[in-house]
Design a protein around this ligand. Sequence first.
Ligand code: AMP
Length: 573
Amino acid sequence: MLVKMEDRLDPDAVIEEFEALSRDAGRVQKETLKKILEENGETEYLLKWGLDGKTDPDSFKSCVPLVTHEDFEPYIQRIAHGENSPILTGKPITTISLSSGTSQGKPKFVPFNDELLENTMQIYKTSFSFRNREYPIGNGKALQFIYGSRQFKTKGGLAAGTATTNVYSDEKFKTTMRAMQTSCSSPDEVIFSTNCEESLYCHLLCGLIFRDQVQVVSSTFAHGIVHAFRTFEGKWEDLVSDIRRGELCSQIKTPSLRTAMSKVLNPDPGLANMIYNKCLGLSNWYGVIQELFPNTKYIYGIMTGSMEPYLKKLRHYAGNLPLLSADYGASEGWIGANVNPKLPPEFATFAVLPNIGYFEFIPLKEDSNVERQPIGLTEVKIGKEYEIVVTNFAGLYRYRLGDVVKVKGFHNSTPELQFICRGNLLLTINIDKNTEKDLQLAVEAAARLLEEEKVEVVDFTSGIDSSTEPAHYVIYWEISGEASDELLKECCNCLDKSFVDAGYASSRKLSTIGALELRILKKGTFHKILDHFVELGAAVSQFKTPRCVGTKNHTVLQILRNNVVKNYFSSAF
Ligand code: AMP
């Protein structure tokens, strides 16, 4: 569809608006809190805490407690069951989002409403405007590996789906994408098919058909792009043959996909030959994205936090194309936009949009997990780490999101946050403290040894095995090929040594923590874990491999245990 000039986004105006908001972040925060409390002051939840119409930050903090999802769950359940009195919000909640829940083992319900949708568009437009200043794009398409999840009705008849599904299915999303000249190259049937594998195949096919128009290759999370091109490695010949014949291969069974694809597929032997030759000319798929989609300006998606381990592979597929890390938010609500798109993903930061919620920050005491009093958005200090607390227009009040962020600087008076990790501690048995980042660094160090035999770590997770005395860390690896026992034993020792936390090292020396165990998984195990989450209602778009699997996460633990092919114990201490 042609975009009329007046429907186009005006990046300068968006940037100007953001500059004004961020210059006055303190005042905007107060006003935002006032607005939230005025709109929702008569709800059961806020009445319970006796705010009595007060809307200032001090009264809010002294009356309303800090809470976690667990505290909100009974309220959200009642909403989902169809109670329509004002429980958390003045305006009724009509939609529920399922957060990916990869850390808890089951998706969490959170409220979704028009304000969250508006915030999403504001975040998209803001970061796009900054991106476009550095990497302008023309009229074209985006090869977006995005997937709607199953949508269903709650007991009370509310629509429920993942936050991304709720966003993608709204007309506003499409209008915004058109305004940003990055409409998805695939038709809706591909985005919303419930068969993710078939959907991915069709996304790839649409991308190839519209290869000259593709300007951006993206996915919500970087994992989605890596997953797509790993799949491409195995399916490229089928894709080429479909283009040659102008017909979808018979493995794609879903009727809606077959109908939708028949509208865009025409026999094109010239294109098929070109793609075939390009693929043959690649060395180990290096630069495949750049080669196949020659007008791509950049690759886009969340690349921070638990996505960092995929960057190496993504860079390999990207060739010389820049990787631009996307914004920071959660199903519960958005937090910040990446307004420095030129920073490499490892250094990406997110400038908080002060009008989309009221934000508080719990300082983390260095080297310990002791908490202190939360402080306001403009009071945070550069270099310090905080746990983030959200109050927003969708009925969350002083909600601990569970993420740890570090303040890297300020954009005018709003902080620029670096994402550190989900929750603070991932692996801990006694006095040892290791975060998701520590695990990632240990895995990176050990994976470098594997490179000697040209083998890669496809994905990884971890856990604590308390069935031994003393308990020990378990690292699970799925690897891309065969590696010798000797080398894997060396990797296992390297992992053990790479947890440099003093508590861990001393506990290992004193044998109050047992030898680290490396368990090698069958090929495709992480795919099974992804399928499991998708069955629970999660969307591939939102999938994040759980980096630590606790004992409560029975099914994932069972999948891991059933797929171990070899294991090694460290002799590093
Ligand atoms: P979900 O519950 O599926 O909505 O996932 C939300 C969580 O994903 C956040 O709380 C973060 O832990 C993580 N996340 C979202 N955006 C980013 C980002 N830009 N960088 C790192 N992690 C992120």
